[in-house]
Design a protein around this ligand. Structure first.
Ligand SMILES: Nc1ncnc2c1ncn2[C@@H]1O[C@H](COP(=O)(O)OP(=O)(O)OP(=O)(O)O)[C@@H](O)[C@H]1O
Ligand SMILES: [Mg+2]
Length: 182
């Protein structure tokens, strides 16, 4: 990552070893000063529950609109916990302006599927658009998998996606999410 891009990235808790890296597509430096952050944490500590020890402490971050940010850090350093904090799903102390949940999609490390048809899992709450659906199936390489499943995309996914393999679950779950991916 070029030094200029890194400069515009907003670091998080140095203790945790997590770093936020802004992509090269971040707005020019002059815009960084004038744009209002979409998400902002000031000295936030994050705990899984009210009386638990913090997983992350002293978190300071700013995420500006129209930027791509990557959360990078060692295994178990708290990347997922940080994303859950952005969604307001864990307990936090400090000043936090979180994400507008109505416009957020989150693709968890552990896939979450409902026992409805594979097609309905993929479409989620969106309106069915056949051309777009076919594009999505093709991009996620699902067409061949669906040919091998009895009932194809009308088959029930089973409890927690039980009829699908781990890789298939990820490919069914991902199309229905956007914006935030873990
Ligand atoms: N609900 C919870 N209760 C207690 N501890 C938790 C909870 N969730 C996560 N942790 C702990 O917080 C730490 C950070 O976990 P987290 O899953 O956020 O790490 P990660 O950086 O996403 O790891 P990975 O690279 O494996 O995905 C771990 O030590 C984990 O055991
Ligand atoms: Mg994780």
């Amino acid at each position: 990552m070029p030094p200029a891009a890194r400069k515009s990235a907003c670091a998080v808790s140095s203790e945790s070893g997590i770093e936020l890296l802004n992509s090269g597509s971040s707005p020019p430096n002059k815009d960084i000063k004038t744009k209002k952050p979409l998400i902002e944490f000031l000295n936030v500590s994050i705990t899984p529950s009210i009386d638990a020890e913090p997983i992350l402490q002293g978190v300071n971050l700013q995420i500006l609109p129209s930027t791509l940010t990557m959360v990078v850090g060692p295994v178990g350093s708290g990347k997922t916990t940080l994303l859950r904090a952005l969604l307001g799903e864990v307990h936090m102390n400090g000043t936090a302006i979180g994400i507008d949940q109505t416009s957020a999609g989150y693709c968890d490390q552990v896939s979450w599927l409902r026992n409805i048809s594979i097609r309905d899992n993929i479409i989620g709450p969106a309106r069915f658009d056949e051309a777009w659906y076919d594009t999505v199936l093709s991009c996620c390489l699902l067409q061949e998998d669906l040919r091998e499943i009895s009932g194809g995309d009308t088959a029930l996914a089973g409890s927690g996606g039980a009829i699908l393999s781990g890789g298939q679950k990820q490919r069914v779950v991902r199309p229905s999410t956007a914006h935030i991916s873990d």
